[in-house]
Design a protein around this ligand. Sequence first.
Ligand code: PLP
Length: 412
Amino acid sequence: MIKLKGFTSNIVHHDRQQGYNDNPIHTPIYNSVPYGYKSTQDLMDVFQGKASGQSYARQSTPTTDSLQAMITQTEQGIGSLVFATGMGALSAIFLSLLKQGDHLIASRFLFGNSYSLMTTLENFGIEVTLVDATDVNNVIAAKQDNTLMVFVETMANPGTQIVDLAAIGDWCEQQKLVYLVDNTMTSPYLFQPIRIKASLVMNSLSKYFCGHGTVLGGAVTETGLYDWINYPNIFEAYRKGDTSKWALTQIKKKALRDMGGTLSSDGAYQIAVGAETMALRMDRSCANALALAQMLNAHDKIEAVYYPGLPSHPQHEKATNWFKHYGSILSFDLKAGYDCAALLDSIDIIINATHLGDNRTLALPMAGTIFYEMGAENRAIAGISEQMIRCSIGIEDTEDLLEGFKLGLDQL
Ligand SMILES: *Cc1c(COP(=O)(O)O)cnc(C)c1O
């Protein structure tokens, strides 16, 4: 193995170090579902975990293994599992590690579908308390005797609130609670949650990893910081060997194997190719977002801009301390009386679409789309204004973006 320091150097040289026949520099796409062994004993050893190897593609293939190893390296963890989607990864974590009667503390600024997933967990008898996690004291106040886990996102979407990352990590460590951090909005290029003592890190690979909006995927990475001997819900069968790895084994068996939200080798291959340019794409899209945020912030038809790169953002200092860049999600409120849809329709460079982390700039009005189901009253509680537009800024040339937005606003 060659030793390289840089984030991108390690990604682009990862595949060829895996030791495949014929020296490919990309990991081959293995589409075989079963894997055959000459000796029955060898197959039994693989099933019993005494030897490493493939058995059935629902659990892994050499292609998904390779992607997992690359993700583990980008997050500086000790192991990862990949899933068909980010939501697949999150539900795998919750359903394999929590049970009826347990309590989960979650940030109240969650990705919409993760918020919805919390109500499904409640249906299964898991208690969930949603708190404003930008202040660790709210998390501390929510603790109960049956609390097992704290779940936050690094940076919220669409409001860009940044939770009290390090303070929550210190408190979880002291309380021996599992700290699950969704790193999708920042990606390991901007931020590695192991630095704030995360136990498990989740990434939607559909976003910045893949980057091109062409494939779905999700991952969970174990950081190795949590000692699972302290966790009551590990099945007897997985209480073996290194105690810092128990959860990943349980998630693999109980969720990936038994629930089957598997990522295909084709998908894993596309994500691995996309990840090679993650840093380059994010350098560009984050710089674009910052330039646009500054321009919008000074515009008289805009009520408010939500972007951590602006000094007026409530967690600007935290973002500056922890993140390499301020991200490429930028939201803003148009002043009352102006029509969000009219603005978006008048800007050619914007594609009206949900999703984020694409190379193209995508935007949509929040009240009429993602937060429509919630209703106006709950939107107000969640801090989603009726005039809010969310943009996922792409890698277009900065001048085109600035000019597009400026002309659109002038025309309103
Ligand atoms: C998109 C997203 C997810 C879900 O990922 P999918 O791959 O779309 O299932 C989870 N968390 C955050 C923060 C996201 O942005």
